[in-house]
Design a protein around this ligand. Structure first.
Ligand SMILES: Cc1cc2nc3c(=O)[nH]c(=O)nc-3n(C[C@H](O)[C@H](O)[C@H](O)COP(=O)(O)O)c2cc1C
Length: 232
C-alpha cells in the first residue's frame, strides 16, 4: 500500500511539472533515435529553424567559436558510416549536423582575436577585458581553447533537441566518430580545410522509423531526483 501511494505521488508530481512547461514536456518526450525513415526529407524551412536555434543559443563571451554543416549528401554519409561506428543513423537520417571548431593555434591567433574585435566594435578596453576573461577561464579549467570551443557546441546541441521534437522530427546526438578519419573525408570533399578545422560533434536528424521498438520510446531511464540534486 505504502509503495502504491509512493508511486502515485511520483506520478502526480511528474504530471504536475509536465503541465508547467511545454519545453519540459518536449525534453521528457524526446529520445535519441537510432533508426530513421530513409525516405523522409526534412524541409528547408525546418532546417532554417534548427540553424536559427543554434545561432541564437548562448555561448561563452558570445564568441560562437564553431561552424555547423548540414550534410544531407548520401554519398558523403555512406563514406562516413564506417568511421562513425557503422551507426545506422548516419545514413538512415535525413542528414547530419556537423559542428566543427578551429584548431588550437588558428583559434587563438586568428578566430578568437577577430571575433572579439567584432563583438567589441573595436573598443580596446572591451577587447582587453574579454581576451583576459577568456584566458582566465581556460587557464583555470586547465583546458585548451579548442576544448573550450567544443564545449560551446554542446550547449547549442542541448538547445536544438527540444526544438527538433517540437517540429515533430527526431534526433540523435553522435560522439561515436573517429576524428582524424572524418576530418580526412571532409577535407577530401573540400567541405573544410582540416589543417585549421576539426570535427567537434554530430547530430543525426530526421524522422524515426515508426516500427521502432515502442518500449524504447516510452522507457526513459534516469536517476532519481534525490541522487542528482541538493538544495542548500
Ligand atoms: C553528447 C552525446 C553523444 C552521444 N553519442 C551517441 C552516439 O554516438 N550514438 C548513439 O546511438 N547515441 C548517442 N548519444 C545518445 C545517448 O546515448 C542518449 O542521449 C542517452 O542514452 C539517453 O537517451 P535519450 O536521449 O533517448 O533520452 C549521445 C548523446 C549525447 C548527449
Amino acid at each position: 500500500m505504502a509503495k502504491y501511494l509512493m508511486m502515485r505521488k511520483v506520478s502526480l508530481f511528474s504530471n504536475l511539472i509536465r503541465n508547467m512547461s511545454k519545453v519540459l514536456e518536449l525534453i521528457i518526450e524526446r529520445r535519441s533515435i537510432k533508426n530513421f525513415n530513409k525516405n523522409f526529407k526534412i524541409s528547408s524551412k525546418d532546417i532554417i529553424k534548427i540553424f536559427e536555434t543554434i545561432r541564437m543559443s548562448p555561448t561563452s563571451f558570445n564568441l560562437q567559436p564553431f561552424k555547423v554543416y548540414y550534410v544531407s549528401n548520401i554519398d558523403i554519409r555512406e563514406e562516413l558510416s564506417p568511421i562513425c561506428w557503422n551507426q545506422d543513423s548516419i545514413t538512415s537520417s535525413s542528414g547530419l549536423l556537423v559542428w566543427t571548431v578551429n584548431k588550437e593555434d588558428y583559434l587563438r591567433n586568428y578566430y578568437i582575436k577577430n571575433q572579439i574585435r567584432w563583438l567589441a566594435d573595436g573598443n580596446d578596453n572591451r577587447i582587453e577585458r574579454v581576451t583576459n576573461g577568456l584566458k582566465i577561464v581556460v587557464d583555470d579549467r586547465k583546458i585548451r581553447y579548442e576544448e573550450w570551443a567544443i564545449r560551446q557546441c554542446y550547449i547549442t546541441l542541448g538547445c536544438i533537441m527540444p526544438v527538433i521534437k517540437e517540429l515533430d522530427l527526431d534526433s540523435c546526438p553522435i560522439e561515436g566518430f573517429l576524428t582524424d578519419k572524418v576530418n580526412d573525408v571532409f577535407n577530401k570533399h573540400k567541405v573544410y580545410n582540416s589543417k585549421n578545422e576539426t570535427i567537434a560533434l554530430v547530430c543525426a536528424i530526421g524522422k524515426r522509423l515508426e516500427e521502432q521498438n515502442t518500449n524504447f520510446l516510452k522507457n526513459k531511464k534516469r536517476l532519481p531526483m534525490e541522487d542528482l540534486f541538493k538544495t542548500i
